[in-house]
Write a protein that binds this ligand. Structure first.
Ligand code: FUL
Length: 695
C-alpha cells in the first residue's frame, strides 16, 4: 500500500523540522565529564576512622603513639555492606587526618598502621576498604589532610614533598579513586616532631595547589577534586547538612582558595554569575561528631533529621556526603546503621511510584516543533533526552495530565546540565477541582531539585519556568506521593504543667490518653498544649488521616507537677533555673563555682520523696556532667543531715542519658543535689533536666 498524501506531508514536515532545528547553544560555564559523572552519584559516605577514634578526640595533636591504634573487629566489608544497603554510591575514607597518622603503611613515615598492634603492623585499612568497595560495587575516595600536626617539617617546603609523595601512594596503589578530599583546616598548634608549637602557613601559596592538583589529574584523571574552592567540587559552607534552596553550580572560583573563605553564603548558594562549574557537596555527620565518641551513641540523627538533610542537599542541587564515625571495634555502630537504613527505606517509599510516568504531557513551546525536543522527553526516565524550547522562549509551561484526581506531595525536576544551568525562577501549580492553584514558587533547579509539598489532590500538574538565563532544557520531571513520616510523637511538659505533643510531619492528627490506655483515633484529639497538673503517663500517637496509618505509641511518665518549684541560691543561678524544669533536654543550667556545688530546690510543699532523676547537659564534650554526687532531703533548708543517696553516675561520660536514683521514702520540702566531681574535672557543674520521684 502506498503512503497517502497527508502522511507524506506529515513525514516531510517532521523530517524538515528535525533537520532544521539546531541544538540549543551551551549556556556556560559547563560541567566537565568527571563532574557530570560525579553528579549522578548523589549520595555517598564519609568514614572518619583513625587515631582520634582511639583517643576520643576530634582533632589529635600529632603526638599520639601508634600503639593506640588497635581496632578489635575491623571489618571494611561491614562498612561497604551498610553503605550499599543504604543506597550510597561510594565511600571516602580519612586516610590521614590532621594528627598525621596514616591508615596505610606509607613508605614516608613511621607514624602509621605499620607500627600499630593491629594485625601486628601488617594491616592496611586503605587496601581493605578499596577491596571492599570493589566487591560491593561502590566507588572509593580518599581524604588526605593537608595539615599534619605530627610531621616535623610541617610549614617548610620539605613537607610539601612529603604530602605529595603520600598523595602519589594513595592514588597509585589502591585502584580507581573517584574523589580526592582536601580539607580547608590548615595550620595551628601541633606536636610537629616534638616542637610543640604553633605554625601558621600562607594558605594561598604554601601548598602550591596547582601542582598538587596536577598529580591527581595525572594519576586519577577521572577523580573529582574537592576543597573549599574546588577545582571540581566545592564545600557547601556548613557542616550541618544543607544547601540554600537557591543553589547555582557556578562560582567565581578564583576568589576562593582552600581554607580561604570570606563569604560562606557564596558557597551555600553558588553564584549566578560564577566563572566556573563548581557544584556543592554537603558534608555532615550522622552524629554530632565526625569521630566516634561513646557519649554520642544516643545522639545519632533521627529519621526526620536525616530526611531533612537529604531533601536539603540532594533535593537542592547538591550531593550528600554522610559521615559514619566508625567505632573502636572498627565497625559502623549498630545505631548508625539502623538510622541510615531507616532513611534508605523512607526514600524508597517516597520515590516508589512516579505518578507522571506514561501520562499525557504537553508543553507551551517545543523547540522547532521537533520530536527531538518534545515534552515527552522529560518523563521518559532517560537522562540523555530533554524537552527544550526555542531560543527566544525563556518562559514556558509543561503540563502533566494525571487523568484523575491524584494526591501528590513531591515534585522532582532536573535540568539537562551538560549544556549549563539556566533556570532562575519556576513555579508548580496543581489543577484542583477545575482551578489552578500555585503550590510552589522557587528559584534554581540545576542537576536536581526536589520539592516537599503539602499533599494536594490534582488532575493536572503544571511546571512553569518564569525566568531563565537561556531557553530551558528539562531532562526529567517526576511527581510522587510520599508517605507521611510516622515516628512516635514527642511529648514534653514544662514547669507550668503544660503538655506539648509534636509530630514529625505535617498534616498528621495526634491523639492522646492520660489514663494509661492505648491511644487511638477515638481518644482525645490533640490540638494545642494542655494543662496536666497530676502525676500520670501520657500516651500519644500520630495518625495519617488520609491512609489511617498510625505511628508507634509514645509514652511519657510525668511525676508530680513542678509548678511551685524553685531553685534556691544566687540570683545568677536563678536566672537560668527554668532550664532544668522546662522539659527541654537541649537547654541546661551550668554553674561555675569550685566543687562541691549544690543545687537546692524548694518543692513548695512537704512531700515523701523516693528518688530523683538527673539528665546531664547534652552539649558536646560533657559540659558540667556530674560524676560523684550526694543527694539530701530537708524539711527546713537548714538541717540537711546525712545524704539519702550518694555515689557515682557510672559511665555517664560515655552515655550521658537520664540517670535515675531511688531510695526509701524520706519526707521533706527541700532537696539538694551536690556535685562532688564532674567527668572531666571541670569546675562548672550542670543540669539539663531535674525531677524527683515520689511514691
Ligand atoms: C573539617 C575537619 O577539621 C573535621 O575534623 C572533619 O574532618 C570535617 C569533614 O572537615 O574541616
Amino acid at each position: 500500500m502506498k503512503p497517502t498524501f497527508p502522511i507524506l506531508l506529515f513525514l516531510t514536515v517532521l523530517f524538515t523540522a528535525c533537520r532544521h532545528t539546531p541544538p540549543p547553544a551551551p549556556c556556560g560555564p559547563l560541567p566537565s565529564e568527571r563532574q557530570l559523572a560525579w553528579h549522578q552519584l548523589e549520595f555517598y559516605a564519609f568514614i572518619h576512622f583513625n587515631m582520634n577514634t582511639f583517643t576520643n578526640m576530634e582533632w589529635g595533636m600529632g603526638s599520639e603513639k601508634p600503639e593506640l591504634f588497635n581496632p578489635t573487629e575491623l571489618d571494611c566489608r561491614q562498612w561497604a555492606r551498610v553503605c550499599k544497603e543504604a543506597g550510597m554510591k561510594g565511600i571516602i575514607l580519612t586516610a590521614k587526618h590532621h594528627d598525621g597518622f596514616c591508615l596505610w603503611p606509607s613508605a614516608y613515615t613511621e607514624h602509621s598502621v605499620k607500627n600499630s598492634p593491629w594485625k601486628a603492623g601488617k594491616g592496611d585499612v586503605v587496601r581493605e576498604l578499596a577491596e571492599a568497595c570493589k566487591e560491593y560495587g561502590l566507588k572509593f575516595g580518599v581524604y588526605l589532610s593537608p595539615w599534619d600536626r605530627n610531621h616535623a617539617d610541617y610549614g617548610k617546603p620539605e613537607y610539601i614533598t612529603y604530602f605529595r609523595n603520600q598523595l602519589r601512594e594513595l592514588l597509585t596503589n589502591y585502584g580507581e579513586v573517584f574523589e580526592v578530599w582536601f580539607d580547608g583546616a590548615n595550620g595551628g598548634t601541633g606536636w610537629y616532631g616534638g616542637a610543640n608549637e604553633e605554625r601558621r602557613i600562607d594558605r594561598t601559596t604554601y601548598y602550591d595547589w596547582e601542582n598538587t592538583y596536577k598529580i591527581v589529574r595525572e594519576l586519577q584523571p577521572g577523580a573529582v577534586l574537592f576543597s573549599d574552592a574546588g577545582p571540581d567540587i566545592r564545600w557547601v559552607g556548613n557542616e550541618e547538612g544543607w544547601a540554600r534552596p537557591t543553589n547555582w553550580c557556578l562560582l567565581k572560583r578564583d576568589d576562593f582558595a582552600p581554607g580561604v573563605v570570606d563569604n560562606l553564603e557564596h558557597l551555600r548558594a553558588g553564584q549566578e554569575d560564577g566563572t566556573h562549574w563548581l557544584p556543592a557537596e554537603v558534608d555532615v555527620s550522622i552524629r554530632p561528631g565526625w569521630y566516634y565518641h561513646p557519649a554520642e551513641d544516643h545522639r545519632v540523627k533521627t529519621l526526620p533529621q536525616l530526611l531533612d538533610i537529604y531533601y536539603h542537599s540532594v533535593g537542592r542541587n547538591a550531593s550528600l556526603l554522610l559521615n559514619f564515625p566508625v567505632d573502636t571495634r572498627g565497625l559502623i555502630h549498630e545505631n548508625d546503621a539502623e538510622q541510615v537504613l531507616k532513611l534508605a527505606a523512607a526514600l524508597k517509599a517516597d520515590f516508589a511510584t512516579d505518578l507522571a510516568a506514561r501520562k499525557p504531557v504537553s508543553a507551551s513551546n517545543v523547540r522547532g516543533n521537533a520530536r527531538k525536543y518534545q515534552a515527552q522527553n522529560a518523563t521518559d526516565h532517560n537522562p540523555d533526552t530533554y524537552w527544550a524550547t526555542d531560543d527566544s522562549v525563556r518562559q514556558a509551561s509543561f503540563t502533566i495530565d494525571l487523568q484523575q484526581p491524584t494526591p501528590f506531595n513531591r515534585f522532582l525536576v532536573q535540568e539537562y546540565i551538560p549544556l549549563g544551568q539556566r533556570i532562575k525562577k519556576f513555579r508548580v501549580e496543581a489543577m484542583v477541582d477545575g482551578a489552578w492553584q500555585t503550590v510552589a514558587e522557587e528559584t534554581t533547579v540545576g542537576y536536581k531539585r526536589i520539592l516537599r509539598l503539602p499533599t494536594v489532590t490534582a488532575t493536572q500538574v503544571r511546571f512553569t519556568v518564569d525566568e531563565a538565563k537561556a531557553c530551558p532544557l528539562i531532562a526529567n520531571i517526576q511527581v510522587f506521593l510520599a508517605p507521611k513520616v510516622l515516628e512516635s510523637p514527642v511529648i514534653t511538659r514544662n514547669q507550668q504543667g503544660m503538655v506539648t505533643i509534636s509530630a514529625f510531619d505535617d498534616g498528621l492528627d495526634l491523639y492522646y490518653t492520660t489514663d494509661n490506655s492505648e491511644p487511638n483515633p477515638s481518644a482525645e484529639k490533640y490540638d494545642s498544649s494542655f494543662l496536666l497538673n497530676l502525676k500520670t503517663t501520657v500516651n500519644a500517637i500520630a495518625v495519617d488521616p488520609r491512609t489511617g496509618q498510625k505511628s508507634p505509641v509514645a509514652s511519657c511518665f510525668f511525676d508530680i507537677p513542678k509548678t511551685s518549684w524553685s531553685l534556691l541560691g544566687d540570683p545568677g543561678k536563678m536566672a537560668q533555673a527554668a532550664a532544668i524544669f522546662d522539659g527541654n533536654a537541649s537547654t541546661a543550667l551550668l554553674i561555675s563555682q569550685p566543687l562541691p556545688a549544690d543545687f537546692v530546690i524548694d518543692l513548695g510543699e512537704t512531700l515523701p520523696v523516693t528518688g530523683f532523676s538527673y539528665l546531664p547537659p547534652q552539649g558536646r564534650g560533657n559540659p558540667g556532667t556530674i560524676f560523684n554526687y550526694e543527694f539530701y532531703v530537708s524539711s527546713d533548708n537548714r538541717n540537711w543531715g546525712k545524704p539519702v543517696a550518694a555515689g557515682e553516675f557510672a559511665n555517664i561520660q560515655n552515655s550521658p542519658v537520664l540517670q535515675e536514683v531511688k531510695f526509701g521514702p524520706v519526707t521533706g520540702r527541700f532537696v539538694k543535689l551536690r556535685a562532688l566531681s564532674t567527668v572531666s574535672g571541670q569546675q562548672h557543674a550542670g543540669i539539663a533536666e531535674f525531677d524527683i520521684i515520689t511514691p
